[in-house]
Each structure stands twice: as C-alpha cells, then as structure tokens.
Design a protein around this ligand. Structure first.
Ligand code: SF4
Length: 100
C-alpha cells in the first residue's frame, strides 16, 4: 500500500513524470522506487497512481510521496535516459531532472 503523504518543498507539492520516448528500459528507477515506477510489458518505465495502478499514458504524472523523495530523486539522477522529471505541481517548474 502506498503512502499517501505528498512532498512539499518550499510549501509546494511535487509530482514526477517520465518521458518514455527517452526511456532505455533498464529498470533502475523501478529498483530504486518500486512504489512509484514500474516497467510495463512494452519494456518502458511508467509511474504509478495513488492506487498502485500503473499509469500507462505517456507522460502521466503522479504525486511524490514524502518518504520516497530521496529514492525518486536518486532515480532521476541515475536515469540513463535522463527522462525522469520531478516538478512543482503549482507552476510545473522542474526541481529535479534534466530540465532543472
Ligand atoms: S531509470 Fe530512466 S531510462 Fe531507466 S527504466 Fe527508469 S525511466 Fe527508463
């Protein structure tokens, strides 16, 4: 069961999304944060929703649970495809990831 608490950085809720066009399918993110990321049968990584279901729309976003922030940030840093994006919900400014 996923923790529902969301991250607030400077009072802002954060969300994460993956650019599947650049995903190499190595699965590093799913190893670091399996509660947030998972590989689908197409071999690419997707984020999970609040009910632990895989969000199979490309570029779908999901809130970052506070206890998983470090794992999500590490995933973004280690992602070989540079395709994990963490951003503020309010203004969509990227906080961690290739566009930060
Ligand atoms: S770490 Fe990046 S490239 Fe690797 S599976 Fe996850 S999203 Fe795709």
């Amino acid at each position: 069961m996923r923790v529902q608490q969301e991250v607030r950085a400077d009072g802002e809720t954060l969300e994460v999304w993956i650019d599947q066009d650049l995903c190499t399918g190595d699965g590093i993110c799913a190893q670091y944060a399996p509660e947030v990321f998972e590989l689908d049968i197409d071999g690419l990584a997707y984020v999970k929703g609040s009910d632990d279901e895989l969000l199979q729309d490309r570029g779908a976003t999901t809130p970052v649970p506070l206890p998983l922030l470090n794992d999500v940030v590490d995933s973004a840093k280690e992602c070989p495809g540079d395709c994990i994006h963490v951003r503020r919900v309010s203004d969509r400014v990227e906080i961690y990831g290739p566009d930060a």
